[in-house]
Design a protein around this ligand. Sequence first.
Ligand code: ZN
Length: 81
Amino acid sequence: MANRQSHASRLGANVGKVIFRCKKTGLEFDSGFQASPDEVQLLPVNAKTRLRCRICGDLHEFKFTDARINENAQFARVKEK
Ligand SMILES: [Zn+2]
């Protein structure tokens, strides 16, 4: 008798939201990416992405090495204007 276990929980054990920091305001926001800390460490040091900042609305280049992984799914959303 095997316990019922969700298959999804195996893959996504440590996956969290990738949090970037706005270069203008210093505020953090949810990039919309999801990754585990392990995955981020495997990326090249200069791996970066360009995306529209949810804080100030500008395009910034973000390095994944500067990102923070929020493993808590209950990330408090930043207030939107
Ligand atoms: Zn910004």
